[in-house]
Design a protein around this ligand. Structure first.
Ligand code: APR
Length: 320
């Protein structure tokens, strides 16, 4: 059987890391697409040349032509500009919306059967716009944010409790921005909910509040350190986790920016919710119950996402 074809739209920091991870995990043949001439070709060749030492098989190709993504099984989109210090994800809206238009049209024409994972920020609005421009079914177009935000939360919790990151589970819902909702009640260490661990004296409410805030600011913390761009190792790893669940029909339950129509009281919008990813794309959205306080935080996040979507419609009337 032919290897799956993975198209990476954007061959920058995240795109290059995605290609390297896909290679090492032998997920399929990789096509790196970018408007910058030479960058995708150079990265593809460089990664291919790491094959003999690493011991993987696969074809790696860089291109500036959308025709080369023809028939892709998975497209992961990072095309656009990243944040610089002092910028919020929302500041990227105008520039990246135009990029989503050209990417959406490229996917529509060349890879209409792909499972599409968007990473470009501001995430929830960009994945919505990409879906509109591409015209693909809603269950095949999804945004990567919750896996990354949850991974950051899990990392900080593992430091706090001095336990393996593998034994920490965590849930972050809502939009990928300052209003994201790290759900303490649904997060655990080996199944023990965080509120119980506070009661058991493993940590305090104050320290937990600080960890929640650090999670919300996780992207900005990296931008502040790097100064010339935003995070790329963890975002790429998170998207690969989602792509692998689709390609191998793993049915992982992962928080993703998915199209929600009915669940959690929402009517037709993209926002971070718990989803099941399998061979049919988004197979299920978990309609979890929230407390009054959690619901209020989630509503605020939903309102922020809706505000960005309205801003997109104002910029590009074809979306209205
Ligand atoms: N089509 C294809 N590629 C494009 C386009 C376009 N219209 N416009 C820009 N690009 C390419 C750039 O040439 C660059 O190689 O997108 C790439 C982006 O790479 P980086 O600048 O290194 O950004 P990266 O760190 O990979 O982040 C990409 O993901 O996390 C988000 O906020 C981040 O929106 C940003 C995106």
């Amino acid at each position: 059987m032919a290897r799956p074809k993975i198209a990476l739209i954007g061959a920058g920091q995240i795109g290059g890391t995605l290609a390297h991870l896909a290679a090492i995990k032998e997920l399929g043949d990789v096509v790196l697409f970018d408007i910058a001439e030479g960058t995708p070709q150079g990265k593809a060749l460089d990664i291919a040349e790491s094959g003999p030492s690493e011991g993987f098989d696969g074809a790696f190709r860089g291109t500036n032509s959308y025709e080369d993504i023809a028939g892709a099984d998975v497209c992961i989109v990072t095309a656009g500009v990243p944040r610089k210090p002092g910028m919020s994800r929302d500041d990227l809206l105008g520039i990246n919306l135009k990029v989503m238009k050209s990417v959406g049209e490229g996917i529509r024409a060349n890879a209409p059967n792909a499972f599409v994972i968007c990473i470009t920020n501001p995430l929830d609005a960009m994945v919505w716009a990409l879906r509109e421009f591409s015209g693909l079914p809603h269950n095949k177009v999804v945004g990567m944010a919750g896996v990354l935000d949850s991974a950051r939360f899990r990392h900080f919790l593992s430091l706090e409790f001095e336990v393996s990151m593998r034994d920490v589970t965590a849930f972050v819902l809502g939009g990928h921005g300052d209003t994201m909702v790290p759900l303490v009640r649904y997060s655990t260490v080996a199944g023990i909910p965080l509120p119980d661990l506070i009661e058991m004296g493993w940590t305090t409410q104050e320290r937990m509040d600080a960890i929640v805030q650090r999670t919300r600011d996780g992207g900005a913390e990296i931008v502040g350190l790097l100064k010339t761009g935003s995070a790329f190792y963890a975002p790429a790893t998170s998207a690969i986790e989602m792509a692998e669940s689709y390609l191998k029909d793993q049915r992982r339950l992962l928080p993703c920016a998915a199209y929600v129509d009915g669940a959690l009281g929402l009517k037709g919008m993209y926002v971070g919710v718990p989803t099941v990813i399998g061979a049919n794309g988004i197979e299920r959205i978990v309609d979890i119950r929230l407390t009054k306080d959690e619901q209020a935080m989630f509503d605020k996040s939903v309102a922020a996402v809706n505000g960005l979507v309205e801003a997109c419609k104002a910029i590009d009337p074809s979306l209205a």
